[in-house]
Design a protein around this ligand. Sequence first.
Ligand SMILES: [Zn+2]
Length: 402
Amino acid sequence: MVDPWFICNARLPGRADLWRVGIAGARIISVEPQDDGGGRDLGPAWDAAGRLVSPGFVDPHLHLDKCLTSQRSQGAARNLDEAIRAVRAIKASFTRADVAERGRRALRMGVQHGTVAVRSNCEVDRSAGFNALEGLQQASREMAAQVDVQLIAFPQEGWFDTPGTIEDGAGSYVAQALERGVKVVGGNVNASLWPSDPQAQVDATFALAAQHDCDIDYHLDNADVAHAFTLPYVAEKVIAQGWQGRVAVSHIASLAQVSDAQAAQAIERVREADISVCVLPTRIRLTRVRELMEAGVNVACGTDNLRDPFVRFGDADPLKALLLLAQLTFGLDDASLEKLWSMATTRAARMLRLPDYGLAAGCAADLMVIDAHSVPQAILEQSTRLAVFKAGVQVAGPMQLQ
Ligand SMILES: [Zn+2]
């Protein structure tokens, strides 16, 4: 066995007092109270001096294929329809090398902020073909020592082919992407955007998930109107197919527009179906975040678009997303900030079903050391990530610990 080393005098999220974290090779081997060490010489140690040590960030919702392209379009789109058309125009120029290069750059940004795992959408359709997918598969392989990448085959252009409308038949491309090794079926289910039946898209994606034994991750009900409300149907589908714990939905903005009674009923079914909800504070009007959390739903937070026609700003930093989310949900007290932390760490890891994520003996040594003495301080002050570890090896941060 490789010699262990230790981070001592560490503050850990959600725990009082000081701790000593032991690491050997790619794994955490111990997490013990600091004062249990006695005079034993345990091996080489770095003194965190009361700084925060946390499992690294998990960014559960990205768009790496179109990231860093904002300079290729004329300006910010005013609505979803315009943004889709703007991306369609630039997507035709995507090459595998171009997508791989931008994907690597964005992944590297995330790693420098402490991100150890991501889930990214990848558009497959008439405009992009499979260039974006091949580019992101390449970037994922090249970055594998620094960050885990899951890809979703995402039908940004709409599932069905409806001539004369914006809906451009990406469903058949998604099916082919699963043949090419993608493990997560995407959907862009939005009753106010497409002319087709949203439930028919849900049925088609669940059938594909069953056929390929895949998880599902939707952009769902991304509209500030009560009538674009397919969430209850998705929850029923999950339960009927036995896909509990395997489905995630992002946005569900319309949940904030329906009546309180309708919302309460839907939230209960979402909890029963064990659907993870991803909120994205690049959007101003969010869903019912607090009610979902209070009901016991697994809610995660992602960074979303990164300098593209949808969102012209960003640097893939989950800590910034948490601060934005705290502001938008009025969650700036200590207890709320502690909860928010889990949305970019443990809850996001649960959404991605990462098997060995956490801060306990046996977990992957995917950690970050932050120049703060508590979680609230880290979020409010946007503290520096001093060191980031992937599988026990330091991959970012100005402070050399090993
Ligand atoms: Zn998105």
